[in-house]
Design a protein around this ligand. Structure first.
Ligand code: GLC
Length: 726
């Protein structure tokens, strides 16, 4: 019998249930901890906290050591606590939100940023994080699109999710500088109907297999030892008690034997969904579907004894979950080193250190997306009179809602960044208007317009407040809130060289300002170094190279909108972007295309796609096809370009998307230089879900293209032939 099984054999039922319950850290220590969910007031009195096995919440090295020491002193079997926290895009040094980081199309910087976050978080005493979030998202009304590291694309979610697992887990789970990852939210939480958080998801197995499941599987294969179940019901069943999802797919098909953690209160919400008449039944359904660890609700603690007595669950089911949890603690090295990486010295040295700030700034520069530029950007570094207009001109509120231990006041504002960059220049700030729905006072716009008319350099800084995206922050109208659109339109009318800086957590509907503004640079929520990154981008020290990981709709009525859609039986012709065409799939009052597409982003230089060559016009299942794409920097500035490879399978027994990203590479090119990027295509990239638990490729015609979604170029075709074909 292995040592953990022996330990389990010595545990009481209460001790087992304590291991299967995660509470907030403030229950274990007098220190308050912010809540990322709802808790009933008396909950802390209903559980014996000495027996609890894990906790989440804000922590420091000092408090983590004290909590663990006190726990081990009291715990009969000396089983160490597991301490976790939402380290979503940085611990104290915050880098851009995951949707922006996905748009960097730079897995290396994603990995390095996660390693930085793990170094900071583990120094502060954490053992794990509830990340990566790899939900596929198509509806910008949903507030949590900001957390998705790959947006609407399953491949980008998988690549960036794997990079996060590598970054956070480093040399291994017991590495004192690492954090355990927990891939979430399993599954398809991002497909909430109407973009309304926690809402129903209805998806065919085809959609799940092709779009919504692959990234979770990729993270598990990359070594993530935990999975968080999601709040939504999927096809009429709450995910946490979905036998198909939790047992057939996760445990049997994927062979996952790690820990499933319910999302906050998710077990008890089974009854709220209406799938159980009481909390006892909730606990039974979740335990039977192998939900190992109940987060911030007590249905296991309070009902498992009765379930055992009634024969509704078995001791083996409980022991299986406890074993997984103890295995995770053992893998993290907690039995030998219960304090993991906690160190006040490391904490003092690492948190917000110059190297970390520098990396966060680089990430913000790599994630920024230049949406429009009529030659206005970059601004001259000789500017001496700079006018910043808008509610984001000098605010620290640029971290995003899931910054957790990140502190707004430690961020660099745009005004501070501009002053840092051009210390000799005059930097004036006019707010002009507010940025919340009810900020309808436009009286400040006149002053901004008057000043803009004569200012040498005008930068409009607008966006949505950080609490308008994130959990529970869905919006039905995704334009710039308040009077910001009017502010932009009127300022741009008097100064055609005004540039717009955007701060936001979701794709916004920018149709109202896209015509007026000569230049639009999206910074998303750029994190702690946002102001410095903004200044370096605005004045040309850095050349924007981010692309969109999620489409920006022309109108909210287009949501959900995504590039890898099906053709339909009546596809709209190109002219339908300009006028209504009857009897095809289009709108009377709007085109089908987004305002800005997935994979789109400009640069201060121009890249020419000179050539796309295939090593053959056909490939067998056992062969590899080479695709060579030649790109030239034909502009006047060095820069980075994301060379994207899209595939189309023209005919399939189940329908294939009009295009799907299958590879990309970010390259740096000096002026006038050229490079050829070689991609490889193998049969496994051509596979499709064919039902009956099968993924396989079908012989036939394929094409590959480069460019970006909705703007493909240099297309070449090839055939997949069966080996025995004549
Ligand atoms: C929240 C979120 C989840 C987070 C968890 C712990 O409700 O849904 O993403 O990791 O609770 O804070």
């Amino acid at each position: 019998m292995d040592n953990l099984k022996k330990l389990i054999s010595e545990m009481s039922l209460e001790e087992k249930l304590g291991q299967m319950t995660m509470v907030i850290s403030s229950w274990l220590t007098a220190e308050a901890s912010e809540l990322t969910g709802i808790l009933t007031d008396d909950a802390v009195d209903r559980i014996d906290c000495d027996k609890v096995g894990s906790a989440l919440g804000s922590i420091t090295a000092d408090s983590a050591v004290r909590i663990q020491q006190e726990h081990l002193r009291r715990d009969r079997l000396k089983i160490p606590l597991l301490l976790m926290r939402d380290v979503i895009h940085g611990f104290r040094t915050i880098y851009p939100i995951p949707l922006a980081m996905g748009g960097s199309f730079n897995p290396d910087i994603m990995e390095r940023c996660c390693a930085m976050a793990a170094a900071e978080g583990s120094a502060a005493g954490l053992h794990g994080t509830f990340a990566p979030m790899v939900d596929c998202v198509r509806d910008a009304r949903w507030g949590r699109v900001m957390e998705s590291c790959g947006g609407e694309d399953p491949y980008l979610n998988a690549v960036m999710g794997r990079a996060q697992v590598r970054g956070f887990q480093g040399k291994g789970l017991s590495d004192p500088n690492s954090l355990i990852t927990c891939v979430k939210h399993f599954a398809a939480y991002g497909a909430a109907e109407a973009g309304r958080d926690y809402n129903t998801t209805e998806l065919s197995e085809y959609a799940m297999r092709e779009y919504f499941l692959p990234a979770y599987q990729a993270c598990i294969e990359a070594g993530s030892p935990a999975v968080m179940s999601s709040f939504n019901c999927l096809n009429g069943v709450p995910t946490i008690c979905s036998k198909w999802l939790m047992q057939q797919v996760l445990r049997q098909e994927w062979g996952f034997d790690g820990v499933v953690i319910s999302d906050w209160g998710g077990v008890e919400q089974i009854a709220v969904h209406g799938a159980a008449e009481n909390l006892k039944k909730c606990a039974e359904l979740a335990i039977k579907n192998q939900g190992d660890l109940e987060l911030c609700s007590l249905s296991y603690w309070e009902n498992a004894a009765a379930l055992l007595a009634d024969g509704d669950i078995t001791t083996e089911q409980l022991d299986r979950s406890v074993y997984r949890i103890l295995k995770l603690k053992e893998a993290a090295g907690l039995f030998k080193k219960p304090f993991h990486g906690a160190s006040t010295e490391k904490e003092d040295a690492l948190l917000l250190c110059p190297e970390h700030r520098s990396l966060a700034r680089q990430a913000a520069e790599e994630s920024a997306v230049l949406l429009k530029n009529n030659g206005v950007l970059p601004l001259s570094q000789e500017c001496r009179d700079i006018l910043l207009i808008g509610p984001f001109a000098d605010t620290h509120e640029i971290l995003g809602l899931w910054a957790c231990d990140g502190r707004d006041e430690e961020s660099v504002t745009v005004a501070q960044g501009v002053r840092n960059r051009l210390p000799g220049a005059s930097v004036r700030i006019i707010k002009g208007c507010g940025y919340r729905f009810d900020d309808l006072d436009a009286s400040g716009i006149d002053e901004a317009v008057e000043a803009a008319g004569t200012a040498e350099c005008v930068i409009l800084c607008v966006g949505e407040p950080k609490d308008y995206s994130g959990e529970g922050r869905s919006r039905a109208d995704i334009r710039l809130p308040g009077m910001q659109e009017e502010l932009v339109r009127r300022v741009c009318a008097v100064n055609q060289k005004a540039a717009v800086l955007l701060f936001h957590g979701r794709p916004l509907v920018l149709t109202g300002i896209a015509q007026s503004a000569s230049a639009i640079l999206s910074l998303w929520y750029p994190g702690t170094e946002g102001g410095n990154a903004a200044a370096r981008l605005l004045f040309g020290d850095a050349n924007p190279s981010g692309k969109l990981a999620m489409s920006f709709p022309q109108a909210v009525g287009q949501c959900p909108i995504y590039y890898n859609h099906l053709q339909t039986g009546r596809p709209a012709p190109a002219i339908a972007e300009l006028q209504h065409v009857p009897f095809v799939s289009n709108y009377i009052d709007c085109g089908n295309l987004p305002l800005y597409s997935f994979g789109y982003g400009l640069s201060y230089t121009q890249f020419e796609y000179c050539d796309l060559q295939l090593s053959s016009s056909e490939m067998s299942r056992s062969e590899t096809l080479f695709v060579d794409i030649t790109v030239k920097n034909a502009g006047t500035r060095a820069g980075k370009e994301v060379v994207q490879l899209y595939l189309r399978d023209h005919v399939g027994s189940t329908l294939r998307p009009v295009q799907q990203l299958i590879a990309f590479k970010k390259v740096y090119l000096e002026v006038a230089s050229t490079t050829t990027v070689r991609f490889f295509i193998q049969e496994k990239q051509l596979r499709m879900w064919r039902g009956n638990d099968r993924f396989s490729a079908e012989a036939g015609l394929f094409s590959v293209s480069t460019g970006y979604a909705d703007h493909l170029m240099l297309t070449k075709q090839f055939c997949l032939v069966d080996d025995n074909a004549e």
